[in-house]
Design a protein around this ligand. Structure first.
Ligand SMILES: [Zn+2]
Length: 485
């Protein structure tokens, strides 16, 4: 960090910005001083707390004002350039020019995964939500979703730069610095998490593109290069740590990993799960949230690890009651609905994610002022209704991971017997447990009832009985027919 001239931080106001006519051909995207920014040309000094102080510490009022300006411009851009939105907005009788407050967005109709898939089938290969010609698209990611038909998420060069710049900013907030050695153990193949490694590289960290390799190989890479940071899923971080221990390698002493970035499952925001992974590795775990249809990361934890800072300059969020579609209060759970503010290749307006989340606007101890996600509690399609009570697997995880006499693995089995729902929670006691399994079952059953109001049969199994997930874990087996199928 002592190379003069290379990492010198240049205040935003003094950075070069091309005149509008020389910029990308999306004039509606040139919006406001806060939201319309060129990606950072080089990292700030390592001692600097923020990647972009002016942006990250602005007041809530300033966030709202710049979001509104960006929203109006983006809606105008979508209506003018996307064949789908032109028709979609007209059919709903809404116009970008009528948006005077952020609440006015609620008059606009929703889209969801089905719309993306149907429009892509109608207008292949990318669908007519796209607002730029194909020659301006430089990258796509794709996700299969539950329908099995992959939907493509296209990026212009500027969209891609914005994403990588945001990624670098978020990594910076999690304490990653140019001195770090970052090992990326996710693959690139159509998966939107892949290029996030470029964010670490842009930040100046040495980046090792390990991809998806067998655990033993990955451990040897971590050891050989003494990587200080990795990115994977919570399940895999746990699996990898256990594999190391089983091979006689103590991750705390023989590996140098000090930061583990996780995404893709709720575990990273469940303190008990995070603590277990942290204890196993002797490292800090930071939860990240991304969405294949928008960005690799849309939010991530700062070093305070008290919620995930949202990419508010890129994506406007709403948290809505899934039944009434009305906004819920901060702190309450609802469905996350997203609207992009800049992404030109394919604007997304009121995209229903199906993720159940909660948010806070309380100030963070780190000084950043963006909204913070308090975790993804589950997906609408993961939500179980047991005798009329909503239950997410993450509620069970919070209880199971806290108990030191359990391995932390669990599975929920739901059956319907004589028209009555029956939930069985399968857990495993740790190796060497000498107590009564009945006592363990009763304890976990009582905790679940107290936390969620749901009664369950608890089956305590020997260690290593439940299937181990290497990446995304399947935690629910719903054997009821015709329910949440
Ligand atoms: Zn923070």
């Amino acid at each position: 960090m002592t190379r003069p001239g290379i990492n010198r931080y240049i205040p935003r106001s003094r950075r070069f910005r091309p005149p509008p006519e020389a910029a990308a051909p999306f004039s509606a995207r040139r919006i406001s001083p806060v939201t319309d920014r060129n990606p950072t040309p080089s990292p700030p000094p390592a001692s600097q707390a923020y990647w972009d102080p002016e942006l990250e510490t602005q007041s809530r009022a300033s966030w709202r004002a710049s979001t509104l300006a960006a929203l109006r411009a983006h809606l105008r851009f979508a209506a003018a350039n996307s064949p789908f939105y032109r028709v979609h907005f007209a059919a709903a009788g809404v116009r970008a020019d009528d948006v005077e407050t952020l609440a006015d967005l609620r008059r606009f109709p929703f889209i969801d995964k089905t719309v993306l898939r149907d429009r892509q089938l109608a207008k292949p290969p990318f669908g007519d939500l796209c607002a730029t010609p194909e020659r301006d698209i430089v990258y796509i990611s794709a996700s299969s979703g539950s329908t099995g038909v992959p939907t493509a998420s296209p990026f212009t060069a500027r969209d891609f730069d914005d994403w990588i710049d945001y990624e670098a900013r978020q990594f910076w907030s999690s304490g990653l610095r140019p001195e770090d050695r970052y090992c990326h153990s996710l693959n690139f193949s159509l998966f939107v998490g892949g290029p996030c490694v470029l964010g670490a590289q842009k930040l100046g960290a040495l980046s090792i593109h390990a991809g998806t390799v067998p655990s033993e190989r990955l451990l040897s890479i971590l050891k050989q290069f003494q990587a200080t940071a990795i990115w994977t899923t919570p399940s895999y971080a746990w699996h990898l740590g256990e594999t190391a221990v089983n091979e006689g390698v103590d991750p705390k002493r023989e590996l140098a990993v000090k930061r583990i970035f996780v995404a893709g499952e709720p575990g990273g925001s469940i303190p008990e799960t995070r603590r277990r992974i942290e204890d196993l590795w002797g490292a800090s775990v930071y939860d990240y949230y991304g969405l294949s249809d928008i960005f690799g990361s849309c939010a991530g934890m700062c070093e305070e690890k008290d919620g995930l800072h949202w990419a508010e300059d890129h994506i406007l969020l709403e948290v809505l009651d899934p039944d009434t579609q009305e906004p819920v209060a901060f702190g309450e759970r609802g469905e996350l609905v997203l609207t992009t503010l800049k992404k030109a290749a394919r604007p997304m307006v009121r995209f229903r994610t199906g993720d159940i989340v909660s948010f806070t606007e309380a100030p963070c101890r780190c000084g950043r002022t963006s909204l913070r996600m308090q975790g993804v509690h589950g997906r609408l399609d993961d939500m179980l209704i047991i005798k009329g009570v909503n239950l997410f697997p993450s509620d069970v995880e919070a209880i199971v991971r806290k108990d030191v006499e359990l391995t932390g693995e669990y599975r929920l089995v739901v059956e319907r017997i004589e028209h009555i729902d029956r939930l069985t929670i399968e857990i495993e006691h740790v190796r060497g447990y000498n107590g009564r399994t009945e006592a363990l079952a009763e304890r976990i059953g009582c905790h679940l009832k107290a936390l969620t109001g749901v009664s369950a049969i608890v089956a305590v199994l020997p260690p290593d009985t439940l299937p181990r997930a290497t990446h995304k874990a399947k935690r629910v087996e719903d054997r009821r027919t015709g329910v949440w199928s």
